[in-house]
Design a protein around this ligand. Sequence first.
Ligand SMILES: *Cc1c(COP(=O)(O)O)cnc(C)c1O
Length: 350
Amino acid sequence: MIPGADSGALIDLRSDTVTRPGPAMRAAMAAAEVGDDVYDEDPTVRALEQRVATLLGHEAGLFVPSGTMGNQIGVRLLVEPGAELIADADAHVLANEGGGVAAHGGVLTRTLVAADGRGQLDPDVLAGQLRAGDWHTVATRAVAVEQTHNRGGGSVYPLATLRRLRELTRRAGVALHCDGARLWNAHAASGVPLAEYGRLFDSLSVCLSKGLGAPVGSVLVLPAGARSAARRLRHRLGGNMRQAGILAAAGLYALDHHLDRLAVDHANARLLAELLRAGGLSVAEPETNIVLVDLPDAADVAERVREQGVLIGTFGPNRLRLVTHLDVDPAGCERAARALLAAARRESVT
Ligand SMILES: *Cc1c(COP(=O)(O)O)cnc(C)c1O
């Protein structure tokens, strides 16, 4: 059963990770040519890595099981133990990855609170925070930005801001990493070519398992000269997979068939926001596929809508997060909005 496929089905808006591969993607997976990827000999994995690298204007890619592992390896290639990574205080790489950069990489982190509430670093603020480092002072080695920003409500960094961040980090000799779990959505919303984003960064981690709808996998994109060090770190984290072409085939299928439809998810997010706002809720205008709703007792409201077959996530005590994706259609969004409005008013839906 595909959620949202009929009006009686479960509607799951907790995340864009909940999609399940359909028959055509499964057929592509079953037909994949495979080899042992630990020997770097899986042709489908290599094809996916090369395709994503080229799309992002880079030389090389490394297929990894998760976006978390992509970020972890990317950051560790740029920041040696005891040196510093700067990111915003709500960054996934710091707040939602189990403390991995510290636990595995000995990376010191410093956070800047993004005053815009959208998770975006302000170049003017960052400029005063990059430290050269000496015998006494910790050196800033890298800055990480999140595009789109998850806790920032799927916000899209303007290209001009990214260019300023690049210019200022370059001048300071500091690397720039992109947590691009949803870079695809930024591209779909802004029309900025993927390679134009990609070339601004020393490394990027992009997810295939979010809006693109693959079951597993991310690609870490990086210079060719860094790939073998990245493979060593992937191995050390236990992330080497063998006939992983079966998974990579899903990623290739997703790029062929799901990249161009992300605008549909964005339109559905706008529809949801509009319906909720019309019902009197406080909803920021979604920039991509994430809708944030501010209201009291978020967990209680989420529990009530669950009873109506609608699943919604919470971001703290007073915020709900709804994420649109491949498996929800406009009718599903309408049903979800009705259930949520009734729950917020503490009525029952009939
Ligand atoms: C989902 C996500 C990741 C990593 O996801 P995995 O679940 O490890 O694949 C990284 N960054 C952001 C912003 C995300 O939303």
